[in-house]
Ligand binder design. Structure first.
Ligand SMILES: [Zn+2]
Ligand SMILES: [Zn+2]
Length: 262
């Protein structure tokens, strides 16, 4: 398998995953035009996509969904409640592009097993995915207020992670957001902080080469350097020295990460 975090952050999210036969997008949180640029940057064409997997109905995950699916005739997979919640926000999607991907189930596409699992977030039925092929595993988990033991079970011992590291708690607390929004972000159905993400990482990583892509960074309440530093320090306090078997990588709101093989 190969993957690239095409874009990540509160301004729009999309992750690309492929093997030799199939290719997928997790979410289309940017405009159709921007998505085309991102695909050109990794030297791929959206017309070859086998499917789009939707995590939840927030606009930073579905902004370009309808446009891209219609233009390139790509099947969309989402659970029933998310389909309902998206109605009126993604335009008209023809029946032959509508598919269900139920919560906590597995779908197999030419050698890739895709597992969906529930997260804790203020959307109707949010779920994320792991991709599994020949004993290799990619786990994508952003947009969750905390990482439960159940979620940890699904994402344990992956080779690569697209892992939310949303905010620095003190930046958020001192920042300009109204209290109601701060409370939402910090709640169990908001987003995980740098420190909480690192503690969860320390619980799930296996002692083998592991790549972690710090994702969904808040534009206002985080910075790449700060996220890296907080995660590194927290991991260290949990007994994991980064650079030994675990490696951290940045993601960007506008630039894709290099397409790498898992
Ligand atoms: Zn989001
Ligand atoms: Zn969200």
């Amino acid at each position: 398998m190969r993957f690239s975090v095409l874009a990540s952050g509160s301004t729009g999210n999309a992750v690309y995953v492929e093997n030799d036969q199939h290719s997928f997008l997790v979410d289309v949180g940017l405009s159709g035009k921007k998505m085309e640029q991102l695909f050109a940057n990794i030297d791929r064409d959206m017309k070859n996509l086998s499917g789009i997997l939707v995590t939840h109905e927030h606009s930073d995950h579905i902004k370009g969904l309808g446009v891209v699916a219609r233009k390139y005739k790509i099947p969309i997979f989402a659970n029933a409640k998310t389909w309902d919640a998206m109605e009126g926000h993604i335009g008209n999607i023809p029946t032959d592009l509508r598919y269900h991907f139920d919560m906590e189930t597995v779908k197999t596409f030419g050698g890739i097993d895709i597992q969906s699992f529930a997260v804790s977030h203020d959307a109707v039925d949010p779920m994320f995915y792991t991709f599994n092929e020949d004993g290799r595993k990619l786990a994508v988990i952003t947009d969750t207020g905390y990482v439960s033991d159940r979620m940890k079970g699904y994402i344990a011992a992956a080779d690569s992670y697209v892992f939310e590291s949303n905010h620095d708690v003190s930046m958020l607390q001192m920042g300009r957001y109204p209290w109601s929004i701060k409370r939402r972000i910090l709640s169990d159905v908001g987003h995980v902080s740098n420190e909480d993400a690192a503690v969860a990482m320390s619980d799930v990583v296996a002692e083998k080469p592991t790549q972690i892509y710090l994702s969904h960074l808040s534009k206002d309440n985080n910075m790449k350097e700060l996220a890296r530093m907080s995660v590194t320090q927290t991991l260290e306090s949990c007994g994991i020295i980064t650079g030994e078997f675990l490696h951290l990588h940045d993601t960007d709101a506008e630039e894709p990460t290099a397409l790498v093989t898992i």
